[in-house]
Design a protein around this ligand. Structure first.
Ligand SMILES: Cc1ncc(C[n+]2csc(CCOP(=O)(O)OP(=O)(O)O)c2C)c(N)n1
Length: 623
C-alpha cells in the first residue's frame, strides 16, 4: 500500500518519518503525472511544490492554521493531502474537483483564487482579523516569483511590512511565471539565489579589506559604522528586511528537512516573515523540467515521452491572431505588442522573436500593461495589448481612465472571451462586454470566425481611437483565411440570412449556431433571419431596427453574462428608439459558470442549436 493511500488528512502526514516522506513525495508526483496525462492540467507548477506542500502541512496546524495559495494552480498536492485523493482522478472534470482552491470544496481551502498576486492581501486580512475575533491561528501565504511581479503583491507587502502582525509569506521562486520571469524583482531574486551565503561572504570581504596595506583596518571599521555596514550590500533579502519583513532563505525547496526547519523558525518569529524557497518547476519529471513553460498548463500527454496528444484541428483564434499581428507588423513598424506574462498564451511568441524591440512582456501586471500602452499610443506608435478577457478585469480603470478618456488609439485584443472550460469561474471571460460596453470612445468587435478575426485586427489598426476585439478560446471554424486583409465598415452588422418570422442575433462564433438553428427552423416552417452583429460599439442601429420591425421577435445568443451583455445592448437600443412592440429573448449566462468542457457548458446554459430552435419556436408561436 502506498503511503499516499494512508493519508486522509495532514494529521496522518505528521506521523511519517523523513525517509517515508521522500517516498510519499515520489508517489504524489506519480499520481499527478498519471492523472494530468489523461485529464490535462497544471503539471509543472505542482511537481515543483511537492516537498514544500508536505512541509507546510507538517509544520503548520492546518486547517486551524490558514494556508493561502497564490493563483492556486499549484494546489494539487495540497488537495491530495487534505482528504481529496479519492476524487483527484476527476480533477477539472465537470462536477469534479476544481483545478484551483475552493472554499466550498474543503475547509483546508481558505481563499478562492485563480487570478494572481492576491495571497498576501488575503493572508494579511486573516491575520489582522485575529485581533478582533480573538482567535488564535497562524497564517501562511504561498506566492510564486511570477506572481510577485503583480502590483497587488507590493501593495500588500507595503501594508504587511508596516505592522507587527505575525504572518509567514513563502516565496516559491522557480525563476518562471509561465515563461521565464521578467523584471527587476526577478533579477534581484536571482542575485540572492546565486550569491554565496552572506556570513561567509562578509568574512571573506572583511579579510580582503583588512589586507589592503595601511588603510585596511580603518576601512573595516568605517564599513561597520555605515548605515547597516557591509550587510547593507550583501545580506540576502535586504530589500524585504528594509520593508519591515524578516527574510529567511534562500532554502532548497526540495529538501523537506530544511524546509521544516526554516518554516518552524518562521512560525516562531514576531511580525511578518518572508521565507525564500527555491524550487524547480517540473521537478521529478524530465519532460516538464525541460519545458516548464509548455508543462505549466497542458492538455493530455504521453506519460512516457511527454508528447502532447493534440488532435488535428483548425488553428485556434489565438494562433490566427498571432499570425495576423506578425503580418501587419512586418508592413507597419509602428505596431508594438504588449502582454502581461502571457506571451505564448496570447499567441505573441513569434512576434516577440521577430520584433524583440517592439515586444513588451511586462510581467503579471495588467494594469501597468494598459497604461504603458496608452503612453506608447500617444507617441504615435500603434500598440496592441493582448490579454485574456478575465485578466482585463484587473485593468478596468486603466482602460477607462488612461486609454478611453484620452482617446488613445490602443488595440485591445481580448483573448479567451466566453467560457474557457476546465479552469472554471475564475477564468471564464464572460464579463468584458458589460464592463467595456459602458465606456465611451471604445469600439468593440467580435468575429464570427477566424478569417473575420484577421479582418477585424486589420480594421482595428486603421482607427485613431481605442478598439477592442473579443474572441474565444477555441479552434476556429476551419474557414479559409484570406490573404488580402480588409477594412470592415465601422458599426456595420452582417445579415447572413433574411427571415420575416424571427431574427437570431449572434456576436462572435455563436453566429454559426444561429445559422444552423435558422436552417432547422425553416424545416419547421419558420423563417428566421440571422445577424452577425460584428460591432457592439457602435451598434448597427439601422440594420437592427429594420430587422426588429420586420420580424418583431428577436433571440440574442451570447457567450457572456446576460447582465449588460449584447442582448441588453439590443434592448437598450429598442428602448431608446421607442420601439415597444418587439419581443426579445436573450440566451446567455445569468450566474457564475462552473468548470467543465466548453461544449458541455454551452449546452448546459442553453447555448445550443436545440435551445435556440426551441426558444425561437416558442416565441414565434406566442400570441
Ligand atoms: C492576474 C493574472 N494574470 C495572469 C494569470 C495567468 N497565470 C497563471 S499562473 C501564472 C504564472 C505564475 O507564476 P508563479 O507565481 O511564479 O507560479 P509558478 O507557475 O511559476 O509556480 C500566470 C501568468 C493569472 N492567473 N492571473
Amino acid at each position: 500500500m502506498r503511503f499516499l493511500d494512508r493519508i486522509d488528512s495532514p494529521q496522518d502526514l505528521r506521523k511519517l518519518k523523513q525517509d517515508e516522506l521522500e517516498q510519499l513525495a515520489e508517489e504524489i508526483r506519480q499520481e499527478i503525472i498519471d492523472v494530468t496525462s489523461v485529464r490535462g492540467g497544471h503539471v509543472a507548477p505542482n511537481l515543483g511544490v511537492v516537498e514544500l506542500t508536505i512541509a507546510l502541512h507538517r509544520v503548520f496546524d492546518t486547517p486551524k492554521d490558514k494556508l493561502v495559495w497564490d493563483v492556486g494552480h499549484q494546489t494539487y498536492v495540497h488537495k491530495l493531502l487534505t482528504g481529496r485523493k479519492n476524487e483527484f482522478k476527476g480533477i477539472r472534470k465537470h462536477q469534479g474537483l476544481a483545478g484551483f482552491p475552493k472554499r466550498e470544496e474543503s475547509e483546508y481551502d481558505t481563499f478562492d483564487t485563480g487570478h494572481s498576486s492576491t495571497s498576501i492581501s488575503a493572508a494579511l486580512g486573516f491575520a489582522k482579523a485575529r485581533k478582533v475575533t480573538g482567535e488564535d491561528y497562524d497564517v501562511v501565504a504561498v506566492i510564486g516569483d511570477g506572481s510577485m511581479s503583480g502590483g497587488m503583491a507590493y501593495e500588500a507587502l507595503n501594508h504587511a511590512g508596516n505592522c507587527d502582525t505575525n504572518l509567514t509569506i513563502v516565496l516559491n521562486d522557480n525563476e518562471m511565471f509561465i515563461s521565464q520571469n521578467v523584471g527587476a524583482m526577478s533579477s534581484y531574486l536571482n542575485k540572492i539565489r546565486t550569491a554565496p551565503l552572506y556570513d561567509k561572504k562578509k568574512k571573506d570581504l572583511e579579510k580582503l579589506i583588512r589586507n589592503i596595506p595601511a588603510i585596511g583596518s580603518t576601512m573595516v571599521k568605517a564599513a561597520g559604522k555605515a548605515k547597516d555596514g557591509i550587510k547593507y550590500f550583501l545580506v540576502p533579502g535586504l530589500l524585504f528586511e528594509e520593508m519591515g519583513l524578516t527574510y529567511l532563505g534562500p532554502i532548497n525547496g526540495h529538501d523537506i528537512c530544511a524546509l521544516e526547519r526554516v518554516l518552524g523558525q518562521a512560525k516562531l518569529k514576531k511580525g511578518p516573515v518572508l521565507v525564500h524557497v527555491v524550487t524547480c518547476k517540473g521537478q521529478g519529471y524530465e519532460p516538464a523540467k525541460k519545458n516548464p513553460d509548455i508543462f505549466h498548463g497542458v492538455g493530455p500527454f504521453s506519460k512516457e515521452t511527454g508528447e502532447l496528444l493534440k488532435k488535428l484541428a483548425p488553428p485556434t483564434y489565438t494562433q490566427v491572431f498571432g499570425k495576423t499581428v506578425c503580418e501587419l507588423a512586418e508592413k507597419d513598424e509602428r505596431i508594438v505588442a504588449v502582454t502581461a506574462a502571457m506571451g505564448s498564451g496570447t499567441g505573441l511568441s513569434d512576434f516577440g522573436k521577430l520584433y524583440p524591440k517592439r515586444f513588451h512582456d511586462v510581467g503579471i501586471a495588467e494594469q501597468h500593461a494598459v497604461t504603458f500602452a496608452a503612453a506608447l499610443a500617444l507617441t504615435g506608435l500603434k500598440p496592441i495589448v493582448s490579454m485574456y478577457s478575465t485578466f482585463y478585469q484587473r485593468a478596468y480603470d486603466q482602460v477607462l481612465h488612461d486609454i478611453c478618456l484620452q482617446n488613445a488609439p490602443v488595440v485591445l485584443a481580448i483573448d479567451r472571451a466566453g467560457v474557457v472550460g476546465e479552469d472554471g469561474p475564475t477564468h471564464h471571460g464572460v464579463f468584458d462586454i458589460s464592463f467595456f460596453r459602458a465606456i465611451p470612445n471604445l469600439t468593440i468587435m467580435a468575429p464570427k470566425d477566424e478569417n473575420e478575426l484577421r479582418h477585424m485586427i486589420n480594421t482595428a489598426f486603421t482607427y485613431d481611437h481605442p478598439v477592442a476585439v473579443r474572441y474565444p478560446r477555441s479552434n476556429g471554424y476551419g474557414v479559409k483565411l484570406d490573404d488580402e486583409l480588409q477594412v470592415l465598415e465601422k458599426g456595420k452588422a452582417e445579415i447572413l440570412r433574411e427571415g420575416k418570422d424571427i431574427t437570431l442575433i449572434g456576436f462572435g462564433p455563436l453566429v454559426y449556431m444561429c445559422l444552423e438553428a435558422a436552417g432547422n427552423l425553416q424545416a419547421r416552417g419558420i423563417e428566421a433571419g440571422v445577424v452577425n452583429l460584428r460591432f457592439i460599439n457602435p451598434l448597427d442601429r439601422d440594420t437592427l431596427i429594420k430587422q426588429a420591425t420586420i420580424s418583431k421577435k428577436i433571440v440574442t445568443v451570447e457567450d457572456h453574462i446576460l447582465a449588460g451583455g449584447m442582448g441588453s445592448a439590443i434592448l437598450e437600443l429598442l428602448e431608446l428608439e421607442n420601439i415597444n412592440d418587439v419581443t426579445v429573448q436573450r440566451i446567455g449566462y445569468n450566474d457564475f459558470v462552473e468548470h467543465g468542457p466548453i461544449p458541455l457548458l454551452h449546452k448546459a446554459y442553453g447555448l445550443s442549436v436545440d435551445n435556440i430552435v426551441k426558444t425561437a419556436e416558442k416565441l414565434v408561436n406566442e400570441k
